[in-house]
Design a protein around this ligand. Sequence first.
Ligand SMILES: O=C(CO)COP(=O)(O)O
Ligand SMILES: [Mg+2]
Length: 260
Amino acid sequence: MDERKPIECWLSDMDGVLVHEGHPVPGADEFIRRLRESGKRFLVLTNNSIYTPRDLAVRLRAAGLEIPPESIWTSALATARFLDGQRPGGSAYVVGEAGLTTALHEIGYVLTDIAPDYVVLGETRTYSFTQITRAIRLIEGGARFIATNPDPVGPSNEGSLPACGAVAAMITKATGVEPYFVGKPNPMMMRSALRAIDGHSESTAMIGDRMDTDIVSGMEAGLHTILVLSGVVSRDQVDRYPFRPSMVVDSVADLIELID
Ligand SMILES: O=C(CO)COP(=O)(O)O
Ligand SMILES: [Mg+2]
């Protein structure tokens, strides 16, 4: 860790850092327990837009991680906040799960396939050809294309899972229209996270498993950045990137003694 101020606030990615599709990363439970005992402010900052924070908190508790819903910020919430600012009371055709549809309903959006202002693509594990076809036709008809996150794959114990970025690429190939991604590494996601924990860049750490979302967005926000090798990036891949994290560790278990 470089010699800047000690870490007062922690931002942690979820998939690949704390869990793999609901299975806990070894040591993640102890890390979260010590973080909560320390009283330091922290936030789980996930590009996973499948679940609401409340549902995610229950899933994380089942994996042995006690994280309250108010300590979880998802790309679905960031997308809803963005659209609420851009076009209050708008309408969207959504390809995604409850995490995204709930967030959009909560800002008063109408979810429809009749001349929506936006097509919003999120994470799901049940992509439907019919829904993707409808999305393509609505974008061809003029609907604006928004996607919650650019991740091409997500980690799981069985291997890679196609993610929002991969499906967005298919829709882009079919329509020639690129989506606007709201999740990491969009600076809006990091800014809203720092605001939520009243964090300052020189004393906040961002822990992640992806160089192209977690680490780059933390680095560009001036944070300490810690890459864990328990997710999608392996040690020999790190040097291929034109930027480096502040630290590289095997997993979040190696960070426990840094908390206090
Ligand atoms: O869900 C994701 C891609 O499928 C990524 O989630 P994280 O941002 O928590 O790693
Ligand atoms: Mg991750």
